[in-house]
Structures are given as C-alpha cells and as structure tokens.
Design a binder for this molecule. Structure first.
Ligand code: SF4
Length: 159
C-alpha cells in the first residue's frame, strides 16, 4: 500500500533499496557519523569494483556507509510480497520484547533529512515521511553471505 505522502509511486517503477549491500554498481547514499546518524550525500555515488574492494578491505562497509541498489523484491529475504519488511518492522513493531532494539526514537516535530534518492526510494514509497524520520538512525547488519538474497537482519539503530 502506498503511503499517503509517498506520491503513490511504489507500483509504477523499479524502486531503490535505501539499505543495500556494498556491491559494484550500487551507490553510496550516506556516511554514518560518530553520532550514529547518517549524513546523506546530495547525490548517490555509483561504486566501481575498485571502490567496493577498498571499502570491503576496511571491513563492515554497511555499518559505516549506506548503500542503495535497485530493489530486487522477491529475490530479497526481506520482501513481504508487497513491500520491504525492514521499514515495516522498525515502524510497526512495539518497542517492547525482541523489537526494543529496533525501534529508533522518532521525535515529534522532527524533519526528514534531505537525501538523494527520495524520488525512487522503496521505504519512502512504502511508508512516506515516517520512513525518512527513522532512516538516519538505521544501520544494516549484513549476513556472512551478501548476495542477491540480501540476507540481512532488520536494520538496527545506533545512538
Ligand atoms: S531519507 Fe527517506 S527517501 Fe531518503 S533513503 Fe531514507 S527513507 Fe529513503
């Protein structure tokens, strides 16, 4: 279901995953700061093989940057059949029990960040500005085998 403020675009074109793996052909969309919030690049920066290799060599690039790539929908383990489970999980799960660590603080009156992929973003198309308010605090934790299956745990947030 499209979010009311998403422009209703999620079924009309190939959307972009805002928290993908560090792969050649993907794009860097932000850099995680020491304060645990993502600093967004004004435009995505497409990565070549050498750039990816450098990030991989330094270790855990998904914890230090945020990457985007085309949403692969059913080829992703987070696909629900209608959308991305990561953003739904973070926004919808209660803040108790096992979900406590996944619910970032959304401060009333906060403004959404400026990012370079909003027009195509899967999370924005799915949940609108609510996704943008929690987006800067989320960090992907890739599994041992990053690939087209995108075996990642739901994004966690850092403080
Ligand atoms: S700030 Fe919003 S539009 Fe940009 S990547 Fe995050 S969820 Fe998507």
């Amino acid at each position: 279901m499209d979010s009311p403020d998403s422009g209703g675009n999620q079924d009309k074109k190939r959307l972009a995953c805002p928290s993908g793996p560090c792969h050649e052909g993907g794009s860097v969309i932000g850099v995680m700061t020491e304060q645990g919030r993502l600093a967004y690049l004004p435009m995505p920066v497409v990565m070549d093989a050498a750039f990816v290799a450098g990030l991989q060599e330094a270790g855990y690039p998904e914890r230090r940057y945020r990457f985007s790539r085309p949403c692969v929908e059913s080829a992703c383990s987070q696909w629900t059949g209608r959308g991305c489970a990561v953003v739904d999980h973070v926004l919808d799960e209660p803040s108790d029990g096992g979900c406590a660590g996944h619910r970032p603080p959304v401060e009333p009156g906060g403004s959404r960040p400026t990012c370079g992929i909003r027009r195509d973003c899967r999370w924005f198309a799915q949940r609108g500005s609510a996704a943008c308010l929690i987006c800067p605090t989320l960090v992907a934790e890739p599994a041992e085998r990053p690939d087209t299956e995108t075996r990642r745990t739901p994004a966690r947030h850092t403080r």
